[in-house]
Structures are given as structure tokens and as C-alpha cells.
Write a protein that binds this ligand. Structure first.
Ligand code: ZN
Length: 135
């Protein structure tokens, strides 16, 4: 399966993933969501399993990333992988969202529909190795 699909992002809440999924599908890109049922059933599991994941076909990867970078505060490019953990120096860094409440989620949804940058949505980076979180 990994041969055909490429991970385009992970999200703490399925609502966030669903919005991006809808946006990508509107652009004609097939999107596959994983672990959303687990996260919906128990949101506390979201961090443990790495959030809701979105996949696209490898052929659509660059186009999908382009669209995501238009709606996202950060473009999910290789810059993320070049970052180092300030705590242990590891290079495996995950980008995690920190939408914590309905107000920020609503603002996030609203801003995407308006086509502007999310005002309340903040992103953090999390070290895969030591779980240290930083901005
Ligand atoms: Zn670390």
C-alpha cells in the first residue's frame, strides 16, 4: 500500500482533516483518511496514534501539497524535515496542530472557507524521538 500512497498530513481532529480532504477533492484529488474512526471514538487517542492521517496517490502528491500550502499556515515542504529538535537534536520532527477548542476550530474552518489564513490555528512541532514540543 505504501507504494501507491503518500502521507500528506496528520491532524489532531478529524474535522480538520475532513476540511482539507474536501478542499483537495474539490480540486479533483482522491484523498484517503486513516484512523479517523479511532480519533472520533476517543479524541484522547489522537496523540497516541499520531492523529488522523490523510493520504493521496503518489502521482497527486505535489499537487496536493501545493493546495494544502495555500490553505495552511505552513507549507508542508522539506523544511519541516530539516528542523532539529532543540532538546535532543533528532531530525525526525512532526508538525502537530494545536487547535484546542471549538472557537479556534470554528475560526479555522471559517478562514479556510474564506480562503484566508487561519487566525487562531497554531502549529507546533513535536520531536518523534523524545516527544519534546516546540514552536
Ligand atoms: Zn527530541
Amino acid at each position: 500500500m505504501e507504494d501507491y500512497f503518500e502521507l500528506i498530513g496528520r491532524y489532531q481532529y478529524s474535522s480538520e482533516a475532513i476540511i482539507l480532504k474536501g478542499k483537495l477533492e474539490a480540486e479533483g484529488i482522491a484523498v484517503f483518511m486513516r484512523d479517523n474512526n479511532t480519533v472520533d471514538a476517543n479524541p484522547l487517542y489522537s496523540n497516541a496514534i499520531g492523529g488522523v492521517k490523510l493520504f493521496v496517490y503518489k502521482d497527486n502528491y505535489s499537487k496536493a501539497m501545493e493546495i494544502i500550502s495555500q490553505v495552511s499556515e505552513y507549507s508542508l515542504d522539506d523544511a519541516c524535515q530539516l528542523m532539529k529538535c532543540p532538546n535532543c537534536g533528532a531530525e525526525e520532527i512532526d508538525r502537530v496542530t494545536s487547535i484546542k477548542d471549538f472557537k479556534s476550530l470554528f475560526a479555522f474552518v471559517f478562514s479556510i472557507f474564506l480562503g484566508s489564513l487561519p487566525f487562531y490555528s497554531k502549529h507546533k512541532y513535536k520531536c518523534v524521538k523524545c516527544k519534546f514540543e516546540f514552536n
